[in-house]
Design a binder for this molecule. Sequence first.
Ligand SMILES: Cc1cc2nc3c(=O)[nH]c(=O)nc-3n(C[C@H](O)[C@H](O)[C@H](O)COP(=O)(O)OP(=O)(O)OC[C@H]3O[C@@H](n4cnc5c(N)ncnc54)[C@H](O)[C@@H]3O)c2cc1C
Length: 128
Amino acid sequence: MAKGAFQEALAYAQNREQFGKKISEFQAIQFMLAEMAIEIEAAELMTYRAAWLIDRGLPFIKSASMAKAYASEMAERVASKALQIFGGSGYLKPALVERFYRDARVLQVYEGTSQIQRMIIFKELLKI
Ligand SMILES: Cc1cc2nc3c(=O)[nH]c(=O)nc-3n(C[C@H](O)[C@H](O)[C@H](O)COP(=O)(O)OP(=O)(O)OC[C@H]3O[C@@H](n4cnc5c(N)ncnc54)[C@H](O)[C@@H]3O)c2cc1C
């Protein structure tokens, strides 16, 4: 979802013109897109690390919970920035980013809420 929202926003920013320029030429937009890319990569690496630990039969619970909590909260932040880049049109139903934003929100609820992930992480921290 985060990647989809990011790709939509990146394409839109290079197309939409305001004040005689593509909005991708505004540093504020560039920074939002860069932050989105940073967060997506961080979540991917956290997910691969948890999978790497599982594949090797190593303790993975803390890393898996961290990856789930971070990636699900990241997806909402990234989808929110994507919607911001779309401006008003991003809030309207036909916009894909509106759907990404709404769908991303529930990721923090199912498959273990963000609060439960933090409880698990803390329990694992006590074992160190
Ligand atoms: C779209 C969707 C699809 C779903 N699909 C499935 C599915 O396929 N299979 C399945 O089994 N379930 C599914 N669920 C259910 C989902 O797993 C639960 O909604 C989720 O676990 C939260 O449980 P709850 O809704 O009863 O909230 P509650 O447990 O009532 O939690 C409410 C709030 O209290 C917090 N909370 C609860 N206990 C604690 C605690 N001990 N300490 C701190 N905070 C706490 C929670 O984090 C949350 O913020 C789905 C839910 C949704 C929305």
